[in-house]
Design a protein around this ligand. Structure first.
Ligand code: PEP
Length: 252
């Protein structure tokens, strides 16, 4: 497989800038320059600048948790792509289920953000995933297809290798419940075949599809062994240097 594993830590609304800097220092010490795994950490907006200085010169990359799809202006509380680039962010998490649920983000809005991030040299990590009710109603593949194609509307074939998809079943996020490797693989394979239908096989083979949802050192090996799982988007287990390092080691 030519896809490089990606382990991304989503710190959500955790860690002050000082605490984030300490954690980033420990992670940077663990990640080698010739790392076979791409490692990204996504602190809160106020910690981005400080964490960026700490990881400068290391192999750890910086990601943001959100952006607003306008260049600048009267958008109180929001953060622009230019601001993220100014602190050397390379990735941005978009469409996380928490943003869809608590902040009413729709596929159309997430799509605007995905396109805006690509236009501004930021790699989007597009999150999709079904709720428990949707899984129980046998709607899993349909829901993921809708969110995938909605988020990628108008995204060109050339830009697709810069896009990362994160499949995050909502019922598995922060709950301690993980999809079995087989359950996750089924959805990952379906996502890849949707990408192949839209962009062709060669492009679909290049796109990394991460699993997210209570991924931890104890279950990482078997999830990462699946053919279409190319890494993880990690919440809780990314807040501790030891467990995050163990996850990186699992992906090596
Ligand atoms: C996430 O929110 O992206 C996530 C996967 O969280 P957790 O690992 O805590 O389930």
């Amino acid at each position: 497989m030519s896809r490089k594993y990606l382990i991304a830590g989503n710190w959500k609304m955790n860690k002050t800038p000082a605490d984030g800097a300490d954690l980033a220092k420990e992670i940077a010490a663990f990640v080698t320059k010739d790392e076979s795994v791409e490692v990204v950490i996504c602190p809160t907006a106020v910690a981005l600048d400080r964490v960026s200085s700490v990881i400068e010169g290391s192999a750890v990359k910086l990601g943001a948790q959100n952006l607003y799809p306008k260049a600048s202006g009267a958008y109180t509380g929001e953060i622009s792509a230019e601001m993220l680039r100014a602190v050397f962010a390379k990735y941005v998490v978009l469409g996380h289920s928490e943003r869809r649920e608590y902040f009413g983000e729709t596929d159309a809005f997430v799509n605007e953000k995905v396109k805006f991030s690509l236009e501004n040299n930021l790699n989007p990590i597009l999150c999709i995933g079904e709720t428990l009710e949707q899984r129980e109603a046998d709607e899993t593949l349909e829901v993921n297809k809708t969110q995938l194609l909605g988020g990628l509307e108008g995204v060109s074939e050339e830009d697709m290798p810069k896009v990362v998809i994160a499949y995050e079943p909502v019922w598995a996020i922060g709950t301690g419940k993980t999809a079995t490797p087989e359950m996750a693989q089924e959805v990952h394979a379906a996502i890849r075949s949707e990408l192949a239908a839209k962009y062709g096989e060669a492009v679909a083979e290049k796109v990394r599809i991460l699993y997210g949802g209570s991924m931890k050192p104890a279950n990482a090996d078997e999830l990462l062994a699946m053919k279409d799982i190319d890494g993880g988007l990690i919440g809780g287990a990314a807040l501790d240097a030891k467990s995050f390092s163990d996850l990186i080691a699992s992906a090596r």
